[in-house]
Design a protein around this ligand. Structure first.
Ligand code: DSN
Length: 481
């Protein structure tokens, strides 16, 4: 952003916060404080980023006030001409950026996008053939007996996805999640020795289980996936390949993942968020092959509430940004920086799941420091390093305490961090974790939550982080007290 635009943005935010403060000053204060906090900490949460002021400003408008259920040119409300413009533009940018035949930009989040994908797959592969068989145009025409039988059929489909502790997402068939309840589910994991995806094992499971849906994608797997291979597996068993690229959409958009690593040409349906490595507003999106377009289009109002028009507008702005060569450079730096971070850990003796990374994230196994993920996450937060604890494969500490900490490079790369800064970040993290010890419970046993960090370490690391952060200010030129 140029100096003069930064000045304009500062004025815009100051004015906006003054207006907000006139109604609820505590909200204005918390909003200002959030900027100060984000500016003052090392944000390493792999699913977070910093959207541009243009993206953020787009969300604060009266587009929010419009109901627009339906799709472009086919709404359940009058007066949607400007929402049509916004949604059509966002979808056009998405199609062109990703080379997708079809894009649906209404989902409010990644989970919503996945629900729309499940819905569209069930509609396309189960409901439509059943209706054709029964000679009905839609479910309203079915007899009660046929409707009961169709509901039974819809509710008895199979889904095979990556397990949560191997790096998959809750919505990939984790039993307590709706995806694990609406489908008969099985999960594939990673190789117990290498921690890597074993495509032969996935294929064997798929042959045995014969899922309707094979889900690929991850939220905590530090490696790339061969989507051509996943499609071969899906085709062999007659499954629909659904890829959740929420975490790595920015690396696909930025052409770091191409060929077999680009899910869009290989999957039937691709879902994503727009706010992680893609660096847009908080939201979701579905890309699909033409055969699924009509079913995905019925996402709202059959699965989703009314679209957030102000957020769709911000998606259009972010997608326009992602179509630039500047964004491609950013995406490559995200991946390069993740390697620098991983190398920084490995050279200091820390253990990483899979022994490294080739995407945007690193999964640090903190059991070698004698800590749970929860203790490590808290000790790091005390030192101004914001991470999130995460399970490692076959985690003995479960999904709450965990044995891992997940770290991602998208946010700090946006600030301008490079190799040297990420090496230093690894050094600081190792310093905190090496000087932290697990605490004890009231009964005197080992605690999974309490911890003690060596005297002065957190303050020293905070000061060292501040030097890095000052070198690469967040939203430079944005002058807000
Ligand atoms: N919240 C996302 C993440 O942190 O990966 C998953 O839903």
């Amino acid at each position: 952003m140029s100096d003069s635009l930064a000045k304009t943005a500062s004025t815009a935010y100051d004015a906006a916060l003054e207006v907000i403060a006139s109604v609820e000053p505590r909200i204005a204060a918390a909003t200002r404080q959030e900027l100060a906090d984000q500016r003052g900490s090392l944000k390493l949460i792999a699913s977070e980023n910093y959207a541009s002021p243009a993206v953020l400003l787009t969300m604060g408008t009266w587009l929010s006030d419009k109901y627009a259920e339906g799709t472009v040119g086919h709404r359940f409300y009058a007066g949607c001409q400007n929402v049509d413009t916004v949604e059509a533009l966002a979808a056009e940018h998405a199609r062109e950026l990703f080379g997708a035949p079809y894009a649906y930009v209404q989902p409010h989040s990644g989970i919503d996008a996945n629900l729309v994908a499940f819905w569209s797959i069930l509609a396309n592969r189960v409901e439509t053939p059943a209706l054709a068989r029964l000679g009905a145009k839609n479910v309203n025409e079915l007899t009660e007996a046929d409707w009961e039988s169709l509901r039974h059929e819809l509710g008895n489909q199979r889904l095979l996805g990556m397990s949560l502790d191997a790096g998959g997402h809750l919505t990939h068939g984790f039993r307590p999640n709706i995806s694990g309840k609406m489908f008969h589910q099985q999960q594939y994991g990673t190789d117990p020795v290498t921690g890597l995806l074993d495509y032969d094992a996935v294929a064997a499971k798929a042959r045995e289980f014969k899922p309707l849906v094979l889900v690929a994608g991850y939220s905590a797997y530090p490696r790339r996936v061969d989507f051509a291979k996943m499609r071969e597996i899906a085709d062999e068993v007659g499954a629909v390949l659904m890829v959740d690229m929420a975490h790595f959409a920015g690396l696909v958009a930025g052409k770091v993942f191409t060929g077999d690593e680009d899910p869009v040409p290989h999957a039937h349906v691709v879902t994503t968020t727009t706010h992680k490595s893609l660096r847009g507003p908080r939201g979701g999106m579905v890309l699909a092959q033409e055969e699924f377009a009509a079913d995905v289009d019925r996402g709202c109002p059959m699965v989703l509430g009314g679209p957030l028009s102000h957020v769709m507008a911000a998606k259009a702005v972010a997608l326009a940004e992602a179509r630039t060569t500047e964004f491609q450079g950013y995406a490559q730096r995200v991946a390069d920086n993740a390697k620098s971070l991983a190398d920084g850990f490995l050279s200091r003796g820390a253990e990483l799941v899979t022994g490294g990374t080739d995407n945007h994230l690193v999964l640090l196994d903190v059991s070698s420091f004698g800590l749970t993920g929860r203790q490590a996450e808290s000790a790091l937060l005390d030192a101004g390093v914001v991470t999130n604890r995460n399970s490692v494969p076959a985690d003995p500490n479960g999904a709450w305490y965990t044995s891992g900490v997940r770290l991602g490079t998208p946010a700090l790369t946006t600030r301008g961090f490079g190799h040297d800064e990420f090496d230093r970040v690894a050094e600081l993290i190792v310093e905190v974790l090496s000087s932290t010890q697990a605490g004890t419970t009231k009964a005197g046993g080992p605690s999974k939550a309490s911890y003690v960090t060596g005297d002065g370490v957190a303050d020293r690391v905070r000061a060292a982080s501040a030097e890095l952060l000052d070198r690469h200010p967040l939203y430079p030129g944005l002058d807000l007290a």
